[in-house]
Design a protein around this ligand. Structure first.
Ligand code: YSA
Length: 241
């Protein structure tokens, strides 16, 4: 019998997430997977001696250009590229593949998807970030979901937070994204007047969200190419079956 194909759960998750942020006024922007060192690190205020630049964490790509190239380690470079193009105010999300030179296990892959969010305007506060993420998690996971912020550090946000989502089915908090208020240096690097504008940004792990929602136990299943995977996740939770 002919088997009918279906969308990959990562595609479904990205579409669901984009629809929710779309209702909150965020447009979708895509960016290059092969990035320059400038956009991946320097423009984001990541100093030259930061461990993330180490060859053990980043896939560097040989290039004939003067500038060094990397497989982007996060979707954050698109904060700069997009602001350079459109200026402020802006409200975008950026889904896409990212790459890290790290060992894989049940929750870590060397290639995975992130989804960046960026909102820049006058008078945006951390409360707007929390309200936006709270609404998003309730729409994505259900009304019982809630978010909590823990203090953290990213060179491109001040203050910075790790965001946990309360997952009622497992009765525990799960770390799903990094976020914060965009650092004034990042705004200036992108040509935006940081005295007039401010805003928030976040970067979430798409597979982590899909794993929680669809009950997928191991991140490596997403990319293994084993069609039995189709039977291994909870399709009642998807918007597209
Ligand atoms: C922070 C502040 C901002 O203003 C904007 C974005 C960010 C996030 C930052 N760029 C970043 O990449 N943070 S992170 O290294 O903690 O990754 C964000 C999320 O990606 C994690 O919370 C996790 O959900 C996911 N992630 C990270 N490494 C992963 C991974 N998912 C699968 N495999 C890995 N190896």
């Amino acid at each position: 019998m002919q088997k009918v194909g279906r969308l990959h759960p990562i595609t479904i998750a990205i579409r669901d997430i984009a629809a929710i942020f779309g209702r909150m006024g965020f447009g979708v922007v895509l960016g290059p997977e092969l990035e320059t060192e400038y956009y991946n690190f320097d423009a984001l205020n990541v100093p030259a001696d930061h461990p993330a630049r180490d060859m053990w964490d980043t896939f560097w790509v040989k290039s004939d250009e003067d500038e060094r190239l990397v497989l982007r380690t996060h979707t954050s470079p698109m904060q700069i590229r997009s602001l350079e193009k459109t200026g402020a105010p802006t409200r975008i999300i950026v889904p896409g593949k990212v790459f890290r030179n790290e060992a894989t296990d049940a929750t870590h892959e060397a290639q995975f998807y992130q989804l960046e969010g960026l909102a820049i305007d006058v008078n945006i506060t951390l409360a707007d970030l929390k309200g936006t993420l709270d609404r998003f998690s309730k729409e994505f996971f259900g009304t019982e979901a809630k978010v909590r912020f823990r203090p953290s550090y990213f060179p491109f946000t001040e203050p910075s937070v790790e965001v946990d989502v309360w997952f009622p089915a497992r009765e525990r908090w799960l770390e799903v994204m990094g976020a914060g208020m965009v650092h004034p240096k990042v705004l200036e690097n992108a040509g935006v007047d940081s005295r007039k504008y401010q805003g928030f940004a976040f970067g979430l792990g798409v597979e982590r969200f899909a794993m929680i929602k669809y009950g997928i136990p191991d991140i490596r299943l997403f990319h293994a190419g084993d069609i039995r995977f189709d039977f291994a996740f909870d399709k009642s939770q998807t918007s597209d079956v």
